[in-house]
Design a protein around this ligand. Structure first.
Ligand code: ADP
Ligand code: ADP
Ligand code: MG
Length: 501
């Protein structure tokens, strides 16, 4: 057991700030690192010390593992928190950190290695009776052999990069005709994006939901699950809205998935915080997809419903403490939603729309949490993930959490760039979402950019309609031919607008 007194956060943006906040609460000193693009960033300002690493591109700054370790030695740092992305799932980095006598706040390098590769992850869990999506067990290179396997599995299939992540390196193939061209694209994409061209084939689950289980394990072999997060609202296989609990799981399936997730964690002797992702079909059969061996972007929804601060638990575990709770101590309190506020244009294929935050005002009030790393006047750099903030709400039940989120989205004022806020509001009000009857294809099935075209909010439209109706009533009293025709003119523009919704 080693008390951690000082932590370097090997990350930037909202997650660096979020980690710093928890560390301050447990009286741990913090060291930030930053690139030239992040000189004015909040994580730099909020940390006790901050060190400039280099120019903006990540490979000259946030990915410089050796330099980061040197900074730790110079500043007497006890432990490194990698956040998500960047070096968080880099087994070699974790190994070097450990060899330098510094604690890596995360699992062992071996766990990262096994789970970092989707094929080795599937092979590792076979002994634990975990349901897997039908597919190939090994990397596949020969096109004819692959095509035969695809026939056996049955179309549609998914070609996936074994080293893939962040929704990249995935190709859906609907029929044998497209197989060869798609496979070639998948291999070259995997080679250029991940430096590893290994691909495998999986049955494409139609009507899939993405539901994942948060787990926590200590170095004494105790592992618990912290229930599920529903992450089915996605664009480009990447999440935009998450919630906990899921609107569709029964307590029985929740428990089964929780136990399966614990099995996956045991399969790689896991300790620390981790997430086991499952794909769930329309009959609520679930299949293991992959394990993310780090803190997840959407971890706040789990914190809201369990009351557990995952970053503080990560630190306690890294110090060698036993988990302070058992499975039976954990329960779900209310409902939590998260929307990811990306600097992207939902009217233009969700392409990044970076620039200056001309105005920026966060929502506040009961049950609202904003994890962000920006202030008014700051630039969103082009070098990194274009996420500005995570907006999280918590309430007694799902309906109230949705109402609260819509209120918070309306209160959020961001100008200067396009964001995903308006799109998220559209989703939250959609019948498919409120009923819980949705899957990962929500955008394909229910969204076209024209639904966001009106700049007026619905409240504004309602107010305008009510006002127009009032004028009409007053005018009616005068009951002359002339005023009647004026009414028609006054009301019609609002009526027309109303019809668009
Ligand atoms: P999460 O899995 O936590 O829900 P994402 O899939 O959006 O969230 O990934 C979190 C961040 O990590 C993103 O910035 C993403 O681009 C990055 N990321 C995840 N996996 C990889 C990977 N294998 N290689 C490179 N970047 C990755
Ligand atoms: P990544 O490492 O990029 O996060 P995942 O394997 O977790 O890759 O898949 C990302 C997303 O792709 C899932 O959340 C889901 O929407 C979709 N997906 C993955 N596998 C399947 C499958 N077999 N059938 C249908 N959709 C899938
Ligand atoms: Mg994933």
């Amino acid at each position: 057991m080693k008390k951690i007194n000082k932590v370097l956060i090997a990350n930037r943006g909202e997650i660096a700030l979020r980690i710093i906040r928890s560390l301050k609460e447990i009286d741990v000193k913090t060291v930030a690192i930053y690139s030239e693009a992040d000189r004015k960033a909040l994580h730099v300002r909020e940390a006790d010390e901050a060190v400039l690493l280099g120019p903006p591109p990540s490979n000259q700054s946030y990915l410089l593992g050796d330099k980061i370790i040197e900074v730790c030695k110079d500043l007497n740092v006890d432990a490194i928190h990698p956040g998500y992305g960047f070096l968080s799932e880099n087994a070699n980095f974790a190994r070097k950190v450990n060899s330098a006598g510094i604690i890596f706040i995360g699992p062992s390098p071996e766990s990262i290695e096994v789970m970092g590769d989707k094929i080795s992850a599937k092979n590792a869990v076979t002994k634990f009776d975990i349901p897997l999506v039908p597919g190939t067990k090994d990397a596949i290179t020969d096109v004819d052999e692959a095509k035969k396997k695809a026939e056996d599995i049955g179309y549609p299939i998914l070609i996936k990069a074994s080293a893939g992540g962040g929704g990249k390196g995935m190709r859906i193939v609907e029929s044998a005709d497209d197989f060869e061209s798609q496979m070639k694209l998948a291999v070259s994409e995997a080679t250029s994006a991940f430096g590893d061209g290994s691909v495998f084939i999986e049955k494409f689950i139609t009507s899939p939901r993405h539901i994942e289980i948060q787990i926590l394990g200590d170095t004494h072999g105790n592992i618990v699950h912290l229930f599920e997060r529903e992450c089915s609202i996605q664009r480009r296989h990447q999440k935009v809205i998450e919630e906990a609990p899921s609107a569709v799981l029964t307590p029985e399936i929740r428990e089964k998935m929780g136990q399966a997730a614990i099995g996956v964690a045991k399969a790689c002797n896991y300790f620390g915080a981790g997430t086991v992702e499952f794909i769930v079909d329309d009959k609520l059969n679930f299949y293991f997809l992959e394990m993310n061996t780090r803190l997840q972007v959407e971890h706040p929804v789990t914190e809201m419903i369990t009351g557990i601060d995952l970053v503080k638990e990560q630190v306690r575990i890294a110090e060698g403490n036993e988990l302070p709770f058992k499975q039976e101590d954990l329960s779900i309190n209310g409902h939590s939603l998260e929307v990811r506020v990306y600097a992207e244009d939902p009217k233009n294929n969700f392409l990044p729309d970076i620039g200056k935050l001309k105005s920026y005002r966060r929502p506040q009030g009961p049950g609202v949490r904003v994890d962000d790393g920006f202030e008014e006047g700051m630039d969103i750099p082009i070098y990194y993930d274009p996420m500005i903030a995570k907006l999280v709400t918590h309430a007694a039940d799902r309906e109230k959490a949705i109402e609260r989120m819509i209120r918070a989205i309306d209160e959020y004022n961001i100008t200067g760039i396009e964001t995903t806020l308006g799109f998220c509001k559209y989703v939250l009000k959609h019948e498919a979402f409120t009923s819980g009857n949705f899957d990962t294809k929500f955008i394909d099935n229910h969204y076209t950019p024209d639904v966001l075209e009106s700049k007026l909010t619905e409240e504004e439209i309602e107010l305008a309609s009510a006002f127009a109706a009032q004028i009409m009533n007053e005018n009616k009293k005068k009951s002359t031919e002339q005023t009647a025709s004026q009414n028609g003119n006054a009301v019609s523009p609002w009526r027309k607008r109303n019809r668009q919704f």
